[in-house]
Design a protein around this ligand. Structure first.
Ligand SMILES: Cc1cc2nc3c(=O)[nH]c(=O)nc-3n(C[C@H](O)[C@H](O)[C@H](O)COP(=O)(O)OP(=O)(O)OC[C@H]3O[C@@H](n4cnc5c(N)ncnc54)[C@H](O)[C@@H]3O)c2cc1C
Length: 536
């Protein structure tokens, strides 16, 4: 189709993920604006998306997952670390672990202190509340009736009780609401679910909006590049079912492709570090060294336990009779392991006493496997992962060619600073103080990873190089700010260009202290308000 005949929209949103679905829903609510939502993946019809424990089936499923992995870092964690990303309606909110965490209030106050007007905790709290349908009802911190279902665990669990009791015995406070007045302490998780089903943004936001005449959703539509007229974004070129297509945006193009794909698409479109773009034969529209830079991610230290009782989901995979019983229970009342988010209980605490807020998040998972996303151990097992919440180490994501279908190169440079190593080593030690308490020990045969031979700082560090995992929270690759490597301003407009915003996890100025889905949904909510304000 010639460009002049291409369909016209007010807004084009690239990526139907955690942020993109929020934007598509909010921008079409009034009926005044025509929106095209473009998603590289298919509709969310795979049933394992909606059954919570199904995330195990999506982790390596190329039909709904970009299946990225990092580059090895010769200085630390010298191996490829898997980086799954949702490629389906709902994006990563359709394949994630569903733990509902917003981060610490100080994260957002720091965003504001960095100069980003409108992003303090007080500013963003209304957007968290607006998005939320909290099963416990509304209060000062929580909303009810919003699109995002937030549920308590379906029932208490003996190992989770023992974990929390042991943390309290080791001197940590109990916390029944990590998203309320205070984040510190140990307690049960809440999950982004409704009635025992995953509440992705495709389910919570997009489904109710899908029939609107002013919303066009194009699935299996891969954005190739943003089109520019001078410095103004005017539309998009994309590939759908083998055909190259063009769409025009009279108001804005909004990139919500996530922390890897948004910077990739900017670079492919000529917006990024000029040297990199020229190396790959891409005409430079705007030389922006920050596009793809500043990548941060949560690395975690796993401890794995062999349990003395059958208290884990390992048996759901390993035993046919348990599988049948679990399926029946889920079919009858949507309870049991099939309706479980990735972790059951968790805690936030400080390793560095001088930290302004907890620097570690530990999560108890009621399963264990030698390889993430792989078959579980053939015995009852549990895993506790402790994530380094505010790493100093940072890396980058860059295109390796001008081919939009070639995966970008991802280098997070995990554990390259001494501080990061010290805090994560300290977390392993503090977690062992907790798991060494009688209440937890009652259920433990052994800690088999890394095991009792791993004790000194050097031994723990060696284990981290071999065994550390990611919590899958890449951010900041199109960072918001006003310094020379910032990519977007506080209204998420790409610096120096017109008609182009980025709204997803990539814009976070710093990595927040917790899981990143709820914060990205908040970003989608706030971005929608800013877009609509600017349309007036
Ligand atoms: C395995 C895993 C477990 C996780 N568990 C949790 C958890 O328990 N709790 C939590 O809070 N967070 C969790 N997260 C993180 C959280 O889900 C993400 O941070 C969040 O979903 C990111 O949202 P986003 O909008 O930035 O990107 P995404 O949700 O990834 O959305 C990007 C969308 O854009 C599409 N797209 C990309 N490029 C193109 C293109 N060129 N053309 C068209 N479409 C494109 C993608 O296919 C995708 O649908 C987890 C992540 C993973 C991978």
């Amino acid at each position: 189709m010639a460009e002049t005949d291409a369909p016209r929209f007010d807004y084009i949103i690239v990526g139907a993920g955690s942020a993109g679905c929020v934007l598509a829903s909010r921008l079409t609510e009034s009926g005044k604006h025509n929106v095209l939502l473009l998603e590289a993946g298919p509709p969310d019809r795979n049933p394992w998306i909606h059954v919570p424990l199904g995330y195990g089936k999506l982790f390596t499923n190329a039909a709904v997952n970009w299946l990225y992995s990092t580059e090895p870092n010769p200085n630390a964690v010298n191996r490829r670390v898997p980086q799954p990303r949702g490629k389906v309606l709902g994006g990563t909110s359709s394949i994630n672990g569903m733990v509902y965490i917003r981060g610490h209030r100080e994260d957002y106050n720091q965003w504001r202190q960095l100069g980003n007007e409108g992003w303090s905790y007080e500013d963003v709290l209304p957007y968290f509340r607006k998005s939320e349908d909290q099963a416990r009802g509304a209060d000062e911190y929580h909303g009810a009736g919003g699109p995002l279902g937030v549920s308590d665990v379906y029932e208490e669990h003996p190992l989770a009780d023992a974990f929390i009791e042991s943390a309290v015995a080791a001197g940590h406070p109990r916390n029944d609401d990590f998203n309320g007045a205070d984040q510190t302490g140990f307690g049960y998780c809440q999950w982004t679910m409704k009635n025992g089903r995953r509440c992705s943004t495709a389910v919570g936001y997009l489904k109710p909006a899908r029939k609107r005449a002013n919303l066009t959703i194009a699935t299996e539509a891969h954005a190739l590049r943003v089109l520019f007229d001078g410095q103004r974004a005017t539309g998009l070129e994309y590939m759908q079912h083998g055909q190259r297509k063009t769409a025009h945006a009279s108001a804005e193009v909004i990139l919500s492709g996530g922390a890897y794909n948004s910077p990739q698409l900017l670079q492919l479109s000529g917006v990024g570090p000029a040297g990199l773009l020229r190396k790959h034969g891409i005409e430079v529209v705007s030389d922006m060294p920050g596009v793809g830079a500043n990548l941060r991610d949560h690395l975690n230290a796993p401890l794995m336990f062999r349990l003395s009782e059958d208290l884990s989901a390992n048996s759901v995979i390993n035993s046919f009779s348990v599988r049948i019983k679990t399926a029946m229970r889920y079919a009858v009342n949507r309870k049991g392991y099939l309706s479980m988010g990735v972790s059951f209980a968790q805690g936030f605490f400080k390793v560095d006493p001088s930290a302004v807020s907890p620097d570690i998040q530990s999560q108890l998972m009621l399963f264990s496997s030698p390889v993430v996303g792989g078959a579980p151990f053939p015995f009852p097992g549990a895993t506790i992962v402790s994530a380094l919440l505010r790493p100093e180490s940072f890396g980058h994501v860059n295109i390796v060619s001008a081919d939009p279908f070639e995966a970008p190169k991802i280098q997070p440079n995990y554990l390259t600073t001494q501080k990061d190593r010290d805090v994560l080593i300290g977390a392993v030690k503090m977690m062992r103080e907790i798991t060494g308490q009688p209440a937890f020990q009652k259920f433990i045969i052994e800690e088999h990873e890394p095991g009792p031979d791993c004790q000194t700082d050097d031994e723990i560090l060696d284990y981290l190089h071999r065994g550390a995992r990611t919590s899958y929270h890449p951010v900041s690759t199109c960072r918001m700010g006003s310094d020379p490597t910032a990519v977007v301003d506080a209204r998420l407009r790409v610096h120096g260009l017109e008609g182009l915003r980025v709204a997803d996890a990539s814009i976070m100025p710093t990595l927040i202290s917790g899981n990143t889905n709820a914060p990205t949904i908040m970003i989608g909510e706030k971005a929608a308000d800013m877009v609509l304000e600017d349309a007036r």
